[in-house]
Ligand binder design. Sequence first.
Ligand code: SF4
Length: 696
Amino acid sequence: MSTYTEQQDGIFKTVCSLDCPDQCGLLVHKEAGKIVKIAGDPEHPVTRGNICNKVRHMGERIYDKKRLTQPLKRVGPKGSRQFEPISWEEAISTITSQWKSLIADHGPESILPYSFYGNMGNINAEGMDRRFFHRMGASQLERTICTAAGGAGFKYTVGGSIGADPEDTVHTKLFIFWGINAVSTNMHQITIAQQARKQGAKIVVIDAHKNQTGRLADWFIPVLPGTDTALALGLMHILFAENRVDEAFLQEHTVGHEQLREHVKSYDPATVSAITGVPVDDLYKLAHMYHETTPALIRIGNGLQHHDNGGMNTRAITCLSVLTGQWQVRGGGAIRSNSGYLAFNTEALQRPDLLEKRHTRSFNMNQLGRALALQEKPIRSLYVYGSNPAVVTPKASQVREGLAREDLFTVVHDLFLTETAAYADIVLPATSAFENHDFYTSYWHLYMQIAEPVIEAYGESKSNTEVFRLLAAAMGYEDQALKDSDEELIRQALDYPANPGLANINYEALREHKYIKAHRPTIYPDRLATPSGKVELYSSTLESMGLPALPTYIPLQEQEDEGYLYIPGPAHNYLNSTFSNNAKHAAMEKAPRLFMNESDAEREGIADGEWVIISNTNGSCELLASVGETVLPGVVVSQGLWADTSDNKPTHLVNALTPDRLSDMGGGATFFSSRVHIQKRSETSPDPVIAAITSL
Ligand code: SF4
């Protein structure tokens, strides 16, 4: 049978590779070997043929004339974007000869990989790359930029990334979307909620910003940023005080419910209202609604965990979600991440044994700027793939200062000459996911999926796995693990008896069916993966780490430059920085807006539609004021990570302002815990933002 790439025309099943929980089934339409249309796969059991606009227009990105076709080497100052094409042979030999000499002079830890999930394909995002850097003994990267705090808070409470099956939520009667703009970041959960709404379900949205999701809610509850723990504790106070908890569930399935019952007494509605900004009456109304409605589901978002207290926010809401026994009801309980159901053999895929017991140093990816500024044992080479740290990393201006170091040998493997690649010594062209072989595991629905290359590699671009095989050969690494094919990598990852949920999933079956659901025998497991096997409302593990054993409200850190609480949220038409440099998507997103309350705007003398400068001790950026009632007084919100303008200026770089402090649990990012001052920009003429971006 001919491969997809050999077939010039036709419609081919594949999967969306973006870092989005929905992981849609796609149909790619080809004519004369080129993609002419990308649509949803109507046969996909969860996503059912609907996809977002980002990916509907993905063809514009795949064939964007700015896409890299050849390796490049820098010929001008760092950041100047002056490069000239070179061959792959020269690129690989330049990189490996630099690395060999760095390893000889300074050891392998002078080299640091930097990556994240620009492409969610498992073997490309966390397969051959891990093997290569383990074999080398390079410095390690703690990949904690996204969900680490929430993941930790959830895990300490229920043991792992498991929750309700989204397919069951068609039966749900109450949806509480908490800290998630699901319309933009989990659209199929909204589709299911809308379907359930026709059967009488209600949608409640709790958020610091009345965004696209808040606007469709039956009831939107604004909350002050970073006070989610207090809100959850206040609701628990009412549920316990009014005997609205499921005592049988608490007795049988939880640890610490009596301590929690006592503990929440101090979180009375008046106290909680003063902390959160939620009126006392609304606290009672929500607690009563939550107790009286079944199935009730809390969709716990990522927004509330991007705080100093992000782990605790997630943990407190998770504790709330078990009090009324909803985890035992089909369509009830909580969803934060369901990746645990599809857990695969990461040891076999990543081969940490190749480290051979060397204890290498590691760096938290949220503190890349600090890492690059190290004076003692400095990082001398950075290899970036699947990420654009000059835009996405906290304290991005400091990251750029590090990238500008003349003594830092930087390699970037990407589809585009990104803001990070502009500082590289060598740039390598990357394939898109449509050109790769890989397998995918959703962190929301329960299906594993496989993708075969649909189109030929663009220009001379290569996949991550291919590049690391080339680098390994040139470094003289003879291990078979660094020669394995993509198919072998997938097979090794799927061979995982420790997860019975994968019992019916193997390579052949995936190729035949394209998507297969993890086996999940019961709604609520017999035993959770916590130390006690139960829900740990009281966590001895956290206590031993010096953190509160019971969910406890700890305010955001005070900051010297007190100002407005600032939340840089996600955009509807971008996925982090992906698409921000594509003309179609930038045009759909229109402008980098700053949402602010009318009362604040009036005090600052700012009118709707005026350009403002927001600033703090980390940096500044320019945004377009959108004045209204979508945020509470004292809070400002932007959406999206914006590309540098055509003159290479980081004018709209929101991460210039974000802190590189780490969250209370998991070493997560604290993007949403910064404070900013706002002033009107002196000149009032509108910026040609879109024109600037399209010319990049
Ligand atoms: S980004 Fe999300 S919603 Fe859009 S196609 Fe991909 S998986 Fe589906």
